[in-house]
Design a protein around this ligand. Sequence first.
Ligand SMILES: Nc1ncnc2c1ncn2[C@@H]1O[C@H](COP(=O)(O)OP(=O)(O)OP(=O)(O)O)[C@@H](O)[C@H]1O
Ligand code: SF4
Ligand SMILES: [Mg+2]
Length: 353
Amino acid sequence: MTTLTKESGAPTSADTDAFLSVRDLRVQFKTEDGIVKAVDGLTFDLERGKTLGIVGESGSGKSVTNLTILGLHNPQFSTIDGEILLDGKELITARESELEKLRGNKMAMIFQDPLTALSPYYTVGRQLSEPYIKHTGASKKEAKDRAVQMLEKVGIPQPKARFDDYPHQFSGGMRQRAMIAMALMCDPDLLIADEPTTALDVTVQAQILDLLKDLQQEFGTAIIFITHDLGVISNMADDLLVMYAGRAVERGSVKEVLHTPKHPYTWGLLSSMPRLDSDIHQALTPIPGSPPSLLTPPSGCPFHPRCAFKSEVPGTACTDERPPLAEGRAAACHLTAEQRQTIFIDQIQPRLR
Ligand SMILES: Nc1ncnc2c1ncn2[C@@H]1O[C@H](COP(=O)(O)OP(=O)(O)OP(=O)(O)O)[C@@H](O)[C@H]1O
Ligand code: SF4
Ligand SMILES: [Mg+2]
């Protein structure tokens, strides 16, 4: 594993005792075209019983971050550096056998596409109960009872009868729910939900979100929640991380980030997404340009080629100097706090109403 240069001043895990602590995470992929810097110096914390929302345009590194936490990248094609501590255990250097154990009962993921997680060759019931038996030592009967109970919880009708069905006998929405049941079988301490309800209709989506909240209350589960839906984020998340080009550009409580965003990228993102309480006639303003290639990310602030406010910053800081992201409520941008406030009140806030 190559050691990459650590960003100077980046905090280390010694600075935190959070349940999940990610420090200066870097993930690079070797491809035919060169090295893709998919995650580039990402730091965040998550407490037990809390939900961290992650938003950002397609390709900003949300899924790669979470797959890295789960240890699901092939080391042959990727280089991972930094620290990921789960309940004090370092995951980047952990052996595959340890990760496999953790993936069963300590952390689980709900994928956007259920076919990523469900095998077509085994019955849904078997896919739910086998990992449970393996991780808890439960009997076959206990595992079946638990699986039927979970299928019922996620709203599968006649769960006892459906236990012996194969995934192809389920509708798309039911497969998604079965996968959610699978992720919840062992009451994971960390649940990563990557666009978990996008494919479901609104009623089922609301049921699943309620279920996740109930489970979180009952078991103190920590949840990472990725979605493009601001309504879902504001309903589910406590804190919010905004990602751009493999970096965190803004973080804060969900209320702070959605109501008084500080970073020009977040301004653009929020102006381009339907508001929580808007009707469908609301005018949306897309962010000009497109996300950068991560083979050759821009120098300085990665958002500078698209930023309408870089002329407010004197000199060449935006193009030359990487803006750091401070701890706590923060934005990685060279604008001063006063400049940001003036721009926000005069130009951005009216757009977000
Ligand atoms: N195995 C891989 N090999 C090479 N590049 C990869 C690999 N996996 C992801 N990438 C690249 O890493 C970047 C981040 O991808 P990622 O899937 O994390 O984006 P995302 O934020 O989840 O986007 P979306 O909202 O579309 O799901 C993208 O440029 C993607 O092409
Ligand atoms: S650092 Fe400069 S380019 Fe980057 S978001 Fe702030 S003003 Fe825009
Ligand atoms: Mg993704």
